[in-house]
Design a protein around this ligand. Structure first.
Ligand SMILES: Nc1ncnc2c1ncn2[C@@H]1O[C@H](COP(=O)(O)OP(=O)(O)OP(=O)(O)O)[C@@H](O)[C@H]1O
Ligand SMILES: [Mg+2]
Length: 417
């Protein structure tokens, strides 16, 4: 019998698709045999073509003329969602951008399985939007509309950390109270769940789901903080105008934030900066900003910020190559400086974890296991802070990129057969 239901984890940074064949869930290869498809689209204007995933990132880095889009999920629930952007003289609505990307995931998944999926369980963060239930619901509704428009008959959602719990439960040998910690590219999500091999078979699991919480902080925010603290000052951020006023920082924030980089490429921005350049106290640094905006190398900087962040998970220091701003420019970055730049974010992630426990009325000491998933759970300062918050819990690391997708396939099997 062919499988007609799948799980799709549309991630801020990486996406996966998975199916359950009756005995186990498995991720489907989406690009070059690998289960993750980076959530990136490149509109190649030189060749009038589109590329997805690693291919999109590569074409951008190879220097093709065109437009790279990443962190599309962050548009959901943001004020930008109903806008779009002009690409090569054509208007691109963000709904179509996200729809096109998810359609590509489906196409690749169906090719792998030689089947057609009518039903899908899509992951969603516990909070698309912090502290605004209506906007949060609107983000889910928008995503549901986008996915339905692709022709799926059944579309439903599951919280990403609950999905990850289902995946982890396939491996647990005895009952345990687990705090799922899913720190991704866009959000940090927590679920407190009671897992056991016996309970796995129960039809109604509501009594085992003790709490959920989430906050809109993830790895892309760490990239942004690192960039604002260590990179943008090299392009003049924080500098002065001749009048003594501090330079406006709008363009710096746009360049440091994945899903707003395209705003810095608007023609009026360069013109405004050129006017301002006559008036800055440090023309050398400001000149670097002009060059970055003129040459549209914002994504390259963001990519290097992400790479530096990842390197700093394993080393005490790294060197940030800023040659796109000025030939030979290289900036050393110490892990301490990065950690200081994200201290407030880490505190907010820990608060979100605490909210999950408060909701359940469970003390931290009762948690047996911390199940880490999501790429950003590898940040040592974050893991350290959470481990201190739950000193008695055993840390377990899941498949950082695959647990959510696999769990969504488990849920799809339960819901749609
Ligand atoms: N070794 C590492 N150290 C620090 N960060 C890392 C490491 N490896 C990956 N990351 C970060 O993990 C993030 C991607 O994780 P993941 O693929 O789990 O996110 P996602 O599922 O796409 O996002 P979300 O679930 O929030 O929508 C990126 O920000 C990436 O830079
Ligand atoms: Mg994720």
């Amino acid at each position: 019998m062919s499988i007609t239901a799948c799980g799709i984890d549309f991630g801020t940074s990486n996406s996966t698709a998975a199916i359950h064949d009756g005995s186990a869930a498995r991720l489907l290869p989406l690009e070059d045999g690998r289960p993750t498809l980076p959530s990136a689209v490149f509109f190649n204007l030189d060749e009038d073509s589109m590329a997805y995933g690693r291919a999109a990132l590569n074409e951008y880095l190879e220097g093709f003329e065109g437009r790279l889009m990443r962190s599309m999920k962050s548009l959901l629930g943001s004020g930008l969602m109903d806008a779009g952007t002009d690409v090569g003289g054509r208007h691109l609505a963000f709904r179509d951008l996200i729809g096109g990307f998810i359609a590509e995931i489906r196409r690749r998944a169906e090719m792998q399985t030689q089947s057609r999926f009518d039903s899908v369980v899509v992951g969603r963060p516990v909070r698309f939007v912090d502290d605004d239930a209506a906007a949060d619901q609107l983000a889910e509704d928008t995503l549901a509309q986008i996915v339905r428009k692709l022709g799926f008959r059944d579309v439903s959602f599951q919280f990403e950390p609950i999905a990850a719990a289902h995946a982890f439960e396939q491996t647990v040998a005895r009952e345990s109270l687990v705090l799922v910690v899913d720190i991704g590219g866009g959000t940090s999500d927590f679920s407190l769940v009671r897992l056991s091999p016996e309970r796995r078979r129960a039809a109604d699991r509501s009594a085992d789901l003790l709490g959920n919480s989430g906050v809109h902080i993830g790895g892309t925010d760490f990239d942004k903080r690192l960039s604002l603290a260590c990179v943008m000052p090299e392009l003049g951020m924080g500098g002065l105008l001749a009048s003594g006023a501090v330079l406006p920082n709008t363009t710096y924030f746009q360049l440091a934030t994945w899903h707003t980089i395209h705003l810095a490429y608007h023609r009026s921005v360069l013109a405004g900066l050129q006017d301002m350049s006559l008036d800055v106290a440090d023309p050398r640094r400001f000149g670097r900003l002009l060059r970055v905006v003129r040459e549209r190398s914002g994504h390259q900087i963001a990519m290097r910020a992400e790479a530096a962040k990842i390197e700093l998970s394993d080393t005490e220091g790294c060197v940030f190559d800023l040659d796109m701003a000025e030939a030979g420019l290289a900036v050393p970055i110490a892990r301490d400086a990065f950690e200081a730049s994200i201290a407030a974010e880490i505190a907010r992630v820990c608060e979100a974890a605490q909210r999950c426990l408060d909701q359940a009325g469970v003390p931290a000491a009762a948690v047996d296991t911390l199940f880490f998933t999501g790429g950003s759970s590898a940040v040592p300062a974050l893991r350290g802070a959470l481990s201190r918050q739950f000193p008695d819990a055993r840390p377990v690391e899941g498949d950082l990129y695959g647990s959510v997708g696999c769990g969504l396939a488990v849920v799809a099997r339960q819901r749609y057969g």
